[in-house]
Design a binder for this molecule. Structure first.
Ligand SMILES: Nc1nc2c(ncn2[C@@H]2O[C@H](COP(=O)(O)OP(=O)(O)OP(=O)(O)O)[C@@H](O)[C@H]2O)c(=O)[nH]1
Length: 194
């Protein structure tokens, strides 16, 4: 079975839940007292998609303003970016739009963009209507899902949608998507934890 390595970065304001999404995806775990990310953290997870294995090389960036200048190191060469906002904080949706602009100007031209409206378990405190976010995502041809890292809603789905949008042909993603044959199937791996 062919193995493809897909570099994916997470972008978005501090506190929106980027690390929590990654921890839920990789470890199926949620820590309500998780610390803000310093710099960035790296994790991997391999999942089967159709007749391929997709190894996600996940760079979880720090959302605090003082780390913003580091982001290009992580979105450069990425096959996909997951831009996260918090559905209970309108200003995080504005920040998301700034990330989309930056990716369009400086990111890889073929990068797959996924928008995740996180903390959908807190819909009583919602500030960003789902339809507004979906319409915006459609206007930029991005994947859109509302997620809850806390309640494990739509977390695997974000990555499955990314897999669906990655071209099937070998080498399509340049350095961001490398393919090779595997003698045996791998399951899951992790290098650093949040
Ligand atoms: N209710 C709820 N809380 C969440 C959810 N996801 C994350 N949180 C909480 O939101 C806070 C921030 O989560 P993080 O995952 O650290 O956010 P981050 O975007 O990685 O933040 P930075 O590392 O500073 O960029 C933590 O208290 C989490 O427990 C969610 O889906 N629902």
């Amino acid at each position: 079975m062919a193995l493809r390595e897909l570099k994916v970065c997470l972008l978005g304001d501090t506190g929106v839940g980027k690390s929590s999404i990654v921890c839920r995806f990789v470890e199926d775990n949620f820590d309500p007292n998780i610390n803000p990310t310093i710099g960035a953290s790296f994790m991997t997870k391999t999942v089967q998609y159709q007749n391929e294995l997709h190894k996600f090389l996940i760079w979880d960036t720090a959302g605090q303003e003082r780390f913003r200048a580091l982001a290009p190191m992580y979105y450069r060469g990425s096959a996909a970016a997951i831009i996260v906002y918090d559905i209970t904080k309108e200003e995080t949706f504005q920040t998301l739009k700034n990330w989309v602009k930056e990716l369009r100007q400086h990111g890889p031209p073929e990068i797959v963009v996924a928008i995740a409206g996180n903390k959908c378990d807190l819909s009583d405190a919602r500030e960003v209507p789902e339809k507004d976010a979906k319409d915006y995502a459609d206007s930029i041809h991005a994947i859109f899902v509302e997620t809850s890292a806390k309640n494990a809603i739509n977390i695997d789905e974000v990555f499955t949608e990314i897999s669906k949008r990655i071209p099937v042909v070998d080498g399509a993603g340049g350095s961001s998507a490398r393919s090779f044959k595997l003698g045996r199937q791998t399951s899951e791996s992790r290098r650093t934890c949040c």
